[in-house]
Ligand binder design. Structure first.
Ligand code: NAD
Ligand code: ZN
Length: 356
């Protein structure tokens, strides 16, 4: 048996205009806005205007969120609060996966004691989080619908989510026009995250009829989204937003690409979407069909990604890559079964990385 739900949504061009009434329905109280720094000083493009009593923080997305970055924001919010009980009525996360995950994590840490790293893992969050609304401005991660928020923990050498029903947004605003300003490469890399979520899921053993149905339904939208004639237009933005939202249902059942991608992010600082594309290049023996499709999409849309990144790394870097990859038991077992360690020996993992 599985349990789950997708957040209720407002969807369509101009959906962002529904945000004031969603907030009004919440009643009186202040709002914590966590907004991607791309929009700093330019909230008007988004058509939103926080009230004077609200607190707006621009999230620096030069790097993806870490346990430290989330702890720092939580401390700043607590210092800003008049007293311990003066919690925001609503937290809003507006941006790509980095900003939405930051908003989710902060909403949890405002009602749960301790630090972000205490909640990396499965079902560790005890108290409900502050009510939160997600507004994606970049499509692909599925953070807007998933029940996790992924944080890098450099001290422990791992990239791991706070996997909990409390990590799910209570409402989302899906406005495809908000993604119009994303640079082409970034749009492609993050779109390929949705591709990996759905296709790694399909290749895995942890399948269920509900996610099968969602992935089946939305696959056509993904293909429209990365189609050459649609990619630059509203239809492409709309289709990728759907693929991201419904594909997020599969994000908890990934396979081999995500652990290797996490290794690349930890050891070499590659961002998630790009790291997925690079990781897939080394995994073509396991996923030949995915590799062919990735190359076709990239050729068609004339987007490139680096190759030979790992060919000349030293032993220390190879060890870091290995350790940050094999720590992900759940997706590796989903892909290769419980005996995955017999397949992914240290030598095999090195060989795979050397191809990237
Ligand atoms: P991102 O949020 O890191 O943003 C990438 C870049 O795009 C940033 O420079 C940002 O400023 C820019 N950007 C965002 N929206 C823009 C807009 N409308 N116009 C112009 N620029 C814009 O990228 P991402 O790929 O969406 O998120 C990656 C993060 O999501 C990683 O940390 C990854 O681990 C996480 N993730 C989370 C989940 C989940 O289920 N919670 C799933 C997959 C990935
Ligand atoms: Zn992902």
């Amino acid at each position: 048996m599985i349990t789950g739900s997708m957040p209720p949504y407002v969807f369509g061009p101009g959906a962002i205009q529904a945000l004031p009434s969603l907030l009004e329905e919440r009643g009186p109280g202040w709002v914590l806005w966590l907004v991607d720094y791309f929009f700093a000083g330019n909230l008007k493009i988004l058509g939103i205007s926080p009230l004077g009593t609200d607190y707006v923080i621009y999230v620096d997305t030069l790097f993806e969120p870490t346990v430290e970055s989330v702890d720092r924001i939580t401390i700043a919010v607590k210092e800003w609060m008049a007293c311990e009980e003066d919690l925001p009525l609503t937290v809003i996360g507006i941006g790509g996966g980095s900003t939405m995950d930051t908003a989710k994590a902060v909403s949890i840490l405002l009602t749960n004691p301790g630090k972000a790293e205490d909640y990396q893992g499965w079902d560790l969050v005890k108290n409900p989080a502050v009510y939160k609304i997600g507004v994606p401005t970049l499509s692909g991660t599925g953070s807007e619908s998933s029940s996790t928020c992924v944080l890098t923990n450099h001290a422990k050498g791992l990239k791991l989510g706070m996997n909990s029903p409390y990590s799910r947004f209570d409402h989302v605003v899906l406005d495809p026009d908000l993604t119009a300003t994303v640079p082409r490469e970034q749009r492609f890399y993050t779109a390929m995250d949705a591709f990996c979520h759905m296709r790694e899921y399909i290749h895995g053993r942890d399948q269920n009829a509900m996610v099968d149905a969602l992935v089946d339904t939305v696959w056509n939208s993904f293909e429209v989204g990365v189609n050459r004639t649609c990619f630059e237009h509203y239809q492409g933005r709309e289709s990728l937003m759907l693929a991201s939202y419904f594909g997020g249902a599969a994000a908890g059942c990934t396979g081999l690409v995500h652990p290797f991608s996490a290794g690349l992010s930890m050891a070499l600082g590659l961002k998630h979407g790009l790291a997925n594309c690079v990781a897939l290049a080394g995994l073509s023996e396991f996923y030949p069909d995915m590799w062919d499709d990735l190359m076709d999409y990239a050729d068609d849309l004339e987007v490139d990604f680096p190759t030979s990144l790992c060919a000349d790394l030293d032993d220390g870097q190879m060890r870091r890559l290995y350790e940050a990859t094999v720590v992900h038991d759940k997706p590796l077992a989903n892909a290769l079964g419980d005996g995955w360690r017999e397949i992914l020996t240290r030598e095999k993992v090195d060989e795979i990385f050397r191809r990237m």
